[in-house]
Structure formats: C-alpha cells, structure tokens
Design a protein around this ligand. Sequence first.
Ligand code: FDA
Length: 308
Amino acid sequence: MHPLRSLILAAAGSDTIRRAVTRVPVTRNVVWRFVAGESTQDAVAAARGLVAAGLTATLDYLGEDTTDEELAGRTADAYVELLDAVAAAGLAQYVEVSVKLSAVGQLLDEELALANARRVCAAAASRGTTVTLDMEDHTTTDSTLRVLMRLRREWPWVGAVLQAYLRRTAADAAALAMPDSRVRLCKGAYAEPADVAFPDRHHVDLNYVRCVNTLLSGDGYPMFATHDPRLVEIVADRASHHGRKADSFEFQMLYGVRPAEQRRLAELGHVVRVYVPYGTQWYGYLMRRLAERPANTGLFLRSLVSHT
Ligand code: FDA
C-alpha cells in the first residue's frame, strides 16, 4: 500500500486528529464535495437531483464504530425517518439506503446490530425500497455476512458488499451469485494486512475482474461500484458477453466522484446508482476518500493550512 494512503487511513482512526480536523470550519468546503449535507432533507434533496438527472441513489446516514447502545438505536431511527422522507418524496422506486452494521451496534453485540438492521429493513420493505449492508474492515466480514444471511431469510433483496482486495472474496462471490442476490463489488477502502488482502493494486484489479465474471455468470443482481475507467469498460464488455440485459446489473459511484461519467453511463442506458452520504459524522468517510486520491489530499491540506 502507498505510504501516504496508509498514513491517511491511520489518521482516520485517530480521535485527536478527528477533533482537530472537524473543528476547522473551512474543512467543510472539501467535505461538501463528498457529503450531501447534515440533515435528512439534505439527503433527499440530493437524491431528488440525481433522479432528475436519470440516476438512482443509495443513501448512507454517516456514522461507524458505535460503542453506545442508545446511539446505535438512534441511528436505526434516523434510517426509518429517512425512509419515510424518501417515500413521501415519491422516490422509493429509485432510492434505497446503505447501512454500516458497526453504526447500529455490531461492535457491542451482533444480535443488537441484527435487531436494529431488522428495523431498517422492515421500514424499507413497507416503503417499497431496499437496503444494502456496507462492508467494513476484514475483522467484521464474517459477522456481516452472518447478519446478511439472517436478514435475507425475511427480505431476500438485502444487498451485500464484497471487497476485491480481500483474498477470500472470489469464494464469497461464488457463494453469493444466487437468485435474487444483490451484491455490490468494490475494491475495498480499509487498511488491511497482507495475509488477508492483496497488497498491490494489480492483484486487486485482477481479483475484481475475476469476481465480475463470477457475478455476471451467476443468477444474482450484481452492482459494480468503481470509478476505475478500465474496470467500467471491462464490466460493460463482460455484461454483454454474459448476455446481461441493462436492467439486470448496475454501476455504482460515489457522490462527487466522476459525476460526468455517472451521467454518461446513464445516457448509454445503464442503471447507475450514486452512493450519497449525509450527516454530521463525516470524518472517517472523508479520510477514506482522501486516501483514494492524493490530489484530494492536497486540496484538503491546503484548506487546513490556509486557516490555521
Ligand atoms: P481507484 O481507487 O483505482 O480509482 C480509479 C479512479 O477513480 C481514480 O484514478 C480517480 O480518477 C477516480 N477516483 C476514485 N476515488 C476517487 C476519489 N475519492 N476522489 C476523486 N476521484 C476518485 N468500500 C468498502 O470497503 N466497503 C463498502 O461498503 C464500499 N461501498 C462503496 C460503494 C460505492 C457505490 C462505491 C463507488 C465505493 C464503495 N467503497 C466501499 C469504496 C471502494 O472500496 C473504493 O475504495 C473506491 O471506490 C475507490 O476505488 P475505485 O474502484 O474507484 O478505483
């Protein structure tokens, strides 16, 4: 892994740096490029704009690594409120939600996270939309897949996320390429040790393509989350090779990243879903986005230095 990337991901876990960074008001100019705002209304407004442009969305109420049971419950409440607002805006057909189990209590107790996730899934089901469980660092993978399987007994549409940087992912993709199975494939955004994850980008990309083929040749609904132009091209090519219709898979990209490409793919007839984070707990999310692209880090550091 690139040393700058490791450094930024290490900062993502530091409370001292988080406190310093979130206090500087101007940092927020950089934040709002990647985060839709702080409130439910901000998230729904961003989704409405995307849908008007021919895109779909998955909304993420920011927060992770919750160690407080009450806060975990309040996070589930926030999702229920969000799902009400999405339905009231008439957007449920185009807009779903993404949930991090660590935000709803996974670090405290898997059963607590399951109970909170159940509340969110029940709300999504009654409003006519879906839920995808984000994937976090590798220490949570087994637990997240266990919770996923239990949720899917009731709601088979609950989406999973697989990370191509993990060595285990080819096997997980094969296991999840089944009917009704919604699977988001991404490269992976956390700092992981070499015994569980491929340390170099080339192997991550190769594994991504291997999983693209597995998911497209299976019976599920794959969701390819990447901004990598080469991988986007490969996905489109492999989808037509596997005889996939345009509505049987989708591309996903992050809010604020390659927006012109998002629209271009939608204009070609692809389903394109934009991942829209919102809320006040943006620090960990922002640090992972900065780690992905040194140019973002330069912008961010300049904004800090010019105001301290
Ligand atoms: P890569 O990082 O190689 O980037 C390719 C190109 O895309 C770059 O050269 C640049 O042009 C552009 N780009 C990428 N990131 C950028 C950024 N932040 N700012 C500006 N340009 C950028 N991870 C995870 O571990 N668990 C999860 O649940 C999810 N969920 C998820 C959902 C969605 C919809 C997306 C798009 C991504 C995720 N991720 C994720 C993050 C994912 O694992 C990965 O870290 C990022 O998508 C970056 O990887 P790329 O595939 O884009 O390639």
